[in-house]
Write a protein that binds this ligand. Structure first.
Ligand SMILES: [Zn+2]
Length: 169
C-alpha cells in the first residue's frame, strides 16, 4: 500500500478504536480517539522507514519487529501501547494491498508473502479495499477488547487489562 492508503487506514482506525474502547459516544469517546490517534498513525508509518534504511518490505515488515512493539507496553506504560496496532495494520495493508507482499519472517527468511488476490497499490480499487480492510480490523479489535475476555481465565484478563489495554477492565 502507498503512504496515502496507510494514513487513511490509520485515521479511520483511530476513530473506530475510540468507539471500541469507549462506546458511549460522549466526550470521553473523543478523548480516547485523540489518545490513540498519534500512536496508531506513528505505528502505521513506521515500517516504511525501511525504504530509506535497510531493505524495503523486509527490514521493518516482519513479525520480530511487530513482537518488539507488542512487548513494549509490558515494560513501559503510556499510550504507546497502541503503536503495535499501527504497525500490524501497515503489514495487513501491504499483505492485502500490494502484489509484492512483505518478508514476514525476515531476517530468518527473505521470502515475501502476499495475498493471492492482493490489489496493486496503483489500482483504482486500492482506496475502497483500504476502507473495507479497516472495517474488518475494527470488528476484530472490538471482539478482542469486548468478547475475548469472557473466554479467558480472570487472571489472564487482569494481566492483559493492566499491561496492554487490549481488553476492557
Ligand atoms: Zn510498507
Amino acid at each position: 500500500m502507498n503512504k496515502r492508503g496507510h494514513v487513511l487506514n490509520a485515521v479511520l482506525l483511530s476513530i473506530g478504536l475510540g468507539y471500541v474502547l469507549d462506546p458511549s459516544g460522549d466526550f470521553s469517546t473523543f478523548a480516547r480517539m485523540a489518545e490513540v490517534f498519534l500512536p496508531v498513525v506513528l505505528g502505521a508509518l513506521f515500517p516504511d522507514v525501511d525504504t530509506a534504511f535497510g531493505r524495503h518490505r523486509k527490514t521493518l515488515h516482519n513479525l520480530p519487529v511487530l513482537a518488539i512493539f507488542l512487548a513494549h507496553p509490558i515494560y513501559h506504560a503510556g499510550n504507546l501501547q497502541w503503536v503495535w496496532l499501527g504497525v500490524l495494520t501497515h503489514y495487513v495493508l501491504d499483505y492485502l494491498g500490494s502484489k509484492r507482499g512483505i518478508a514476514l519472517f525476515y531476517p530468518l527468511s527473505d521470502q515475501e508473502f502476499a495475498f493471492p488476490w492482493g490489489v496493486a497499490t496503483t489500482s483504482d480499487w486500492a482506496e475502497g479495499v483500504t476502507v473495507a480492510i479497516t472495517v474488518v480490523e475494527l470488528l476484530l479489535v472490538a471482539a478482542l477488547v469486548h468478547v475475548l475476555p469472557q473466554y479467558l481465565p480472570p487472571e489472564v484478563t487482569q494481566l492483559l487489562a493492566e499491561n496492554t489495554a487490549l481488553v476492557a477492565q
